[in-house]
Design a binder for this molecule. Sequence first.
Ligand SMILES: [Fe+2]
Ligand SMILES: [Fe+2]
Length: 138
Amino acid sequence: MVAPSLPLEWDDALALGDENIDRQHKRLVEIINELHSHLDAPDRDALVMKCLTAMYLHAKEHFFDEEAYMDRVGYPEKERHAELHRNFVQRTNALTDTCLLDAMPCEELLNFLVNWFREHVAGEDAKIIAYARNQGAR
Ligand SMILES: [Fe+2]
Ligand SMILES: [Fe+2]
């Protein structure tokens, strides 16, 4: 896993061209950066929990909307993509527990989130939008 440079900058190259999905992706970047800014705080655990709760709720809403979008455009790999979303939620929950038990530095959790964001959005989410464009669905 490559150590990311933080804070994470929103890059317009990550914009997929769907207003709602792009807005939600920007919010994911903000939450990751909030988490980063809290790592050295004295009340780190409480702040980390707050950020991760925000991440969990936002990711749930975002995944719901993105999966509905895949249905609308008839994306053929929707099930595989939805499985990636479920894996992300499970992995984030497990890493959060490990991190809060002090069994792992929170930097590792942060690295996971940043790498996931870059790979998933630029790699997997981009395929959905490219498919929709090719179909003339949007
Ligand atoms: Fe996705
Ligand atoms: Fe997404």
